[in-house]
Structures are given as structure tokens and as C-alpha cells.
Design a protein around this ligand. Structure first.
Ligand SMILES: *Cc1c(COP(=O)(O)O)cnc(C)c1O
Length: 379
């Protein structure tokens, strides 16, 4: 099956009993057993639920993985990955990281004895240099948030393989439509399905795609033992969103290209970050390891915070909000919103300045979007 067909059919066969073409919402916590020790494959919905299973099978197929697992949020999925580690193990993570993942490492797992260090997301040699004897996991996010840097996944897979560490890639920004980390050597793919996979800003969720049986069994055990699972409605909504992923991603990308091209020529703007632009430092690598550049565009206003305040006030179609990946266009101010958990000095060092704006370009008419930006940028 080709990708677009998998979106609509993988894990989602017509219901055996009724023929329902959509997977039913199995809104049940428990299942009748026919005799002691004889169930029909389902016992209790924390352990397994048919609607959730359809979503899990679907993400596995989309990522080219053997196994899929669904969680109550992207961070719950990330926590499940970290459950494979123990006190004294070491993680190397890219430095341009989703703020919540950074907080999970620093404020939750460090105090339980996990060692974490950060490497330059753009430079595989920096990951290699950060390795220790006890490194068990390399964690990469590409493209990164909010600067859209690109990490060389094949190079990291080689480094991880030699170090006998697991390579996990957060594929939230690109989605399996544009990028398949397992094909490049990753063992684990992490998603916040809250974003493009769900696609309609109406559900929080997380997904893992797992290449290897042993890793799968470890995480599956944790999923049931700790219990951060999505309910059947959330699984169903996510599945419904996934069906249109290909058409949405094409529209997001086409619009993002137009928006980036408009912004790049604008006199109020210092710098535009979009991996689809030739001048982006990660452009060649992105073109090699991705099949598209996605819908996220960041830029830096010349006028800093003052210009940003005026810009956000004048927007009419782009909505000032956290999150990304929905059909509607959103604009966010990373310094005080998504990346507020990172100390200011560290933020500035990474390029998250007072003039930085991040756009999640939606699938509205691009002329309306550009008109909205043009009006808001008028000094
Ligand atoms: C949003 C996000 C997460 C966290 O996902 P939640 O569903 O909000 O828990 C992790 N990684 C990236 C790249 C994200 O954008």
C-alpha cells in the first residue's frame, strides 16, 4: 500500500460485526470474558482498546515500524521512552528542543538520577563528543522548534549504533508524510499527535512507532503499568485527522513556501527561518532526508519586542496561540510562550530573541494569509 492509502486504511478495516466503514468508538472500560481465563483478546481498556489499537497499528504502518503505541499526550509518549532507562544512564539530546521535553529531562528525570547532556542539533560530531560510557539514548528533534534547524538522522544512527544506544527521533514537525526516521536508522519515533497528525487543534495525544520487539515490549509494559493512555474518543478523533494528512501537509507546505518568500523580502524583517529556502543552512540536508519542508516558518523582526507587540495586535487571521499543526494559522512568541522554561541567556544564545515570531501556517487561502501578515507588519 502507498502512503496515502495507508492513511485511510492501515489498522482501519471495516468493522467485522456491522460493516461500519469507520472504526467504532469502543467506549468501554472492560470486556465480558467467556470463562475464567478465557477472554476475546480484550480485558481492560488501560491494557488495550480496539479503537486505540487501530490508531497504534496505523502509526506503525505510516512510520514503516513494526509496532505502534498511543499515549495521552506527546510528553506521555516521551516519558514512556525514558522508562526504558534507569538511574545512572545517560541521554544525549539535541539542544534546540521542544521546551516541554527539556523540562521533562531537567525537572523530572534528572532528580531521579538520569544524566542528560545537550549537543548542537546541527552537528553530529557534537553528539559523538557528548557520548559517555553509560549513554543509552540519543534524542533528536528535526526540524527543531522554533529555529527549524535540521539534524542529520543517518549520521546519528551510525553514532548511536556504534555506542549501542537507542536513537529516538521526535517527528512531530515533519510527520511521516515528509520524513521517516526509521528508514534512516532510528529505533523509535516520537509524536505529539496533538499537532499535524490530529491536525484540527481538537485533541491532545502522543504516539510512538517502534522498530524493535524488545523495545516495544518494554514500552508496552510501561504503557499498561503507568497508564497514560488516550481514551477511545481521542484515539478516534486522531484517526479521523490522520486520514487527510497528505492533502493537509501538501497545502501547509505550499502556503508556508509562499509566506516564507513574502517575509524574506520584507523591510521590517531581519531573518527568515524556513528549511525550504535555499539560504537556510539546513536546506541541502533537509532536501536529502525529507520529502517536503513542512508548514512551520519563523522570522525575526527588526524592531524586537515592541515590533512584536504591534504585529500580534494587528493580526486578524493568524491567531496568537501556543501549539501548531492545525488547519488554522497560528502565530506564537517563543520567548515568553513555548520557550519560557529556558533561561534567557540560554535562549538568546540559541537565537530565540525578542524579535522572534513562529508561524504555524494553516491551509487557508494563501492570499488572505499574506495580506494579514502584510497589514500586521506595517509599522
Ligand atoms: C507539542 C510538542 C510535544 C509535546 O506534545 P504534547 O502533546 O503537547 O504533550 C513534543 N514535541 C514537539 C516537537 C512538540 O511540538
Amino acid at each position: 500500500m502507498k502512503f496515502e492509502t495507508k492513511l485511510i486504511h492501515a489498522g482501519q478495516k471495516a468493522d467485522k460485526q456491522t460493516g461500519s466503514v469507520n472504526v467504532p468508538v469502543y467506549q468501554t472500560s472492560t470486556y465480558k470474558q467467556d470463562a475464567i481465563g478465557r477472554d476475546r483478546g480484550w480485558e481492560y481498556s488501560r491494557s488495550g482498546n480496539p479503537t486505540r489499537k487501530a490508531l497504534e497499528d496505523c502509526i506503525a504502518a505510516l512510520e514503516g515500524a513494526k509496532y505502534g503505541l498511543a499515549f495521552a499526550s506527546g510528553l506521555a509518549a516521551g516519558t514512556a521512552v525514558l522508562s526504558l532507562l534507569k538511574k545512572g544512564d545517560h541521554v544525549v539530546a539535541g539542544d534546540d528542543l521542544y521546551g516541554g521535553t527539556y523540562r521533562l529531562f531537567e525537572k523530572v528525570f534528572r532528580k531521579w538520577g538520569l544524566e542528560i547532556s545537550y549537543a548542537d542539533s546541527k552537528d553530529p560530531a557534537s553528539f559523538k563528543k557528548a557520548l559517555r560510557r553509560n549513554t543509552r539514548l540519543i534524542w533528536a528533534e528535526t526540524p527543531t522548534n522554533p529555529l527549524l534547524s535540521i539534524t542529520d538522522m543517518a549520521a546519528l544512527a551510525e553514532i548511536a549504533g556504534k555506542a549501542k544506544a537507542i536513537l529516538a527521533v521526535d517527528n512531530t514537525f515533519a510527520t511521516p508524510y515528509f520524513q521517516k526516521p526509521i528508514e534512516l536508522g532510528a529505533q523509535l519515533v516520537v509524536h505529539s499527535s496533538t499537532k499535524y497528525l490530529g491536525g484540527h487543534s481538537d485533541v491532545i495525544g502522543g504516539l510512538l512507532a517502534v522498530a524493535d520487539k524488545e523495545l516495544y515490549e518494554g514500552i508496552k509494559f510501561y504503557q499498561n503499568a503507568a497508564g497514560a493512555v488516550p481514551g477511545p474518543w481521542d484515539a478516534w478523533l486522531t484517526l479521523r485527522g490522520i486520514k487527510t494528512l497528505a492533502v493537509r501537509m501538501n497545502a501547509h507546505e505550499a502556503n508556508a513556501f509562499k509566506v516564507a518568500t513574502f517575509l524574506r523580502g520584507h523591510p521590517e524583517i531581519l531573518k527568515v527561518y524556513y528549511p525550504g529556502l535555499e539560504e537556510h543552512p539546513g536546506h541541502v540536508l533537509a532536501a536529502r532526508q525529507m520529502t517536503g519542508f513542512g508548514g512551520m516558518v519563523s522570522f525575526e523582526l527588526k524592531g524586537g519586542r515592541k515590533a512584536a507587540d504591534s504585529f500580534f495586535k494587528k493580526l486578524k487571521i493568524f491567531t496568537l496561540a501556543e501549539s501548531l499543526g492545525g488547519v488554522e494559522s497560528l502565530a506564537c512568541y517563543p520567548a515568553t510562550m513555548t520557550h519560557a522554561a529556558i533561561p534567557e541567556k540560554e535562549r538568546l544564545k540559541r537565537g530565540i530573541t525578542a524579535g522572534l515570531v513562529r508561524l504555524s501556517v494553516g491551509i487557508e487561502n494563501p492570499e488572505d494569509l499574506i495580506r494579514d501578515l502584510a497589514r500586521a507588519l506595517k509599522a
